[in-house]
Write a protein that binds this ligand. Structure first.
Ligand SMILES: [Zn+2]
Length: 321
């Protein structure tokens, strides 16, 4: 008899929101909900929130038609015991078995994986990476994360922690990073840094040179963030253009090292800042090309991810589909 199992549930666990969706086998989302994450209340509360969210989204669907549940989470997911370790911005969370309690509520296969890895899988199965067997996926947003797809499969590393490209150092004598390292790429092109650098340069400008950004933030410099910087750049603001170009060049230098090490040629970029204008991609590409070893040079591609905010849910469901 033909199986009627036709969908998976994807859970995108974040420190701000928990997004849960019904994902069809073709990667489309047919229902989804979002709740504010109680990440400050400790693991049992968060896990209960996940269970309630799955119950709610399953609503009119039958559990027996569900192929399984995939959960994408920040932090490292251990290869040995599946525990979620030290997700940033979650209180009282060192190493937690997330699936144990959830298994008691739903009798379907349940998988858990790092969220950047999930997004990489989503782009590989259903998004911008679909035509490439091997590529590096980058999340460019608050921090810099990534996932490595080799032969259409995720490369997790022996401990499940592969793809943490944000902590690749581009300056051995550079800025201190939250991770304790020095000169990590994340400290130069992460959201906070870009916003701060724009603010600093803005305050040194003459009033005539401030017009575009000033108008976009209604005079409130605290509103400067990458979306605003991108908009300002599109409107021709020279400060915004130069900051984004520089960020692209720096990112490209880090990417070239990774491509050289892994023998990869394609980079897919997702995350909030990936919506930046096309010239940023040109800066990344030319920076990668100038640094990557000759055999890779002609084949290098840097492309924008295509699944946007849905990559988390779709990627989590991809663990099942
Ligand atoms: Zn670091």
């Amino acid at each position: 008899m033909k199986s009627k199992k036709s969908f998976a549930v994807g859970v995108d666990l974040g420190a701000t929101n928990i997004k849960t969706g019904i994902v069809e086998v073709n990667g489309s989302i047919s229902d989804q909900i979002s709740v504010e994450s109680k990440s400050d209340k400790g693991p049992p509360v968060v896990i209960q929130q996940i269970i309630f969210s799955i119950q709610e989204v399953l609503g009119k669907y039958k559990l027996r038609d569900c192929k399984g549940i995939g959960i994408g989470t920040p932090g490292v997911v251990s290869s040995t015991d599946g525990t979620v370790q030290h997700p940033p911005n979650f209180a009282n969370w060192s190493s937690v078995d997330v699936t144990k309690k959830i298994r008691q509520s739903f009798s379907v296969p349940i998988y858990v994986e790092n969220d950047a890895n999930c997004a990489a899988l989503a782009e590989s199965r259903f998004g911008a990476g679909i035509e490439f067997k091997d590529f590096l996926f980058v999340i460019w947003g608050t921090g810099i994360g990534g996932g490595i797809i080799i032969n259409r499969k995720l490369y997790r590393g022996p401990n499940g922690g592969a793809g943490e490209i944000g902590h690749l150092s581009i300056d051995y004598d550079g800025a201190a990073c939250n991770c304790g390292g020095i000169g990590c790429i994340e400290s130069y092109i992460g959201q906070r840094y870009l916003s701060q650098r724009t603010k600093e340069i803005f305050t040194t400008l003459r009033s005539g040179e401030r017009a575009i950004i000033e108008k976009l933030v209604d005079g409130n410099l605290d509103k400067i963030e990458p979306v605003i910087i991108s908009k300002a750049a599109e409107l021709g603001d020279p400060t915004a253009i130069s900051i984004l170009k520089e960020a692209g060049t720096l990112l490209g230098s880090a990417l070239a090292s990774i491509l050289n090490v892994l023998d990869l040629e394609v980079v897919v970029i997702g995350g909030g800042i990936s919506a930046a204008p096309g010239f940023v991609y040109e800066a990344i590409l030319s920076s990668v090309r100038s640094r990557v070893l000759k055999p890779h040079r002609a084949g290098v591609k840097v492309i924008r991810a295509s699944l946007g905010n849905n990559a988390g849910i779709i990627g989590a469901a991809s663990l099942v589909l």
